[in-house]
Ligand binder design. Sequence first.
Ligand SMILES: [Zn+2]
Length: 234
Amino acid sequence: MLLISLQRIDTEFARTGIRKRELPNKISRLDETFRASAEEVEGEKQHLEELIIAHRAKEEGLKKGMDQLKKTKERLLEVKTNKEYQAMLKEIDVIVKKNSEIEDEIILKLEEIDSARSGLKVKELGFETFRSSYEEGKKELEREVGLMDSEISRLTREQAGLRERIHAEILKKYDRIKNHSNGRAVVPVWKGICEACHMNIPPQMYNELQRSDEIMQCPFCSRIIYWDDRGKNV
Ligand SMILES: [Zn+2]
């Protein structure tokens, strides 16, 4: 029965259409993950740069502090009174303390830079691995889009060829049922049971279905039915 072949093609058509419609979403989800991953690496890179800049500023601060210490010590030699001398010593003390604080901060910054650098290295390695799988995955999806396109044109041709061979009145009936039955107009019946609605076809009708070539419809779901002789294949 040509209608069985037509139904097969139309079902395949619907499936291919669904898969094709899903592909752009899959591609954009993949792109989105890739972008997010690239941004994450970029963020860590920026963080490292900020740490390096902060470290440089601290080093400059220390250099200034050392200069200040040197100058103050020089001034110490020119001091005349004991009071002035004591005040100067206090000043030197403050500078030394501040410089030592900056040194501690520099050590901390260097540690932060180290850990940021190794963290970034791990992230970058992971990202490179991800990049190649992303590129492969995307290529595969794009290849699939091409496949779907050629599949659709093949099905379009086969569908048109079949429809030409089917009587217009029958086609009309088929299309009408298909539109009302979730795209499934032609269904097999085996052991008296309609595969779509799972109802028992009346015995006399089932007998007739096995013998005649007439187009018959399931009395329960109205779909076009045919006897699927599974016995002959076993
Ligand atoms: Zn039925």
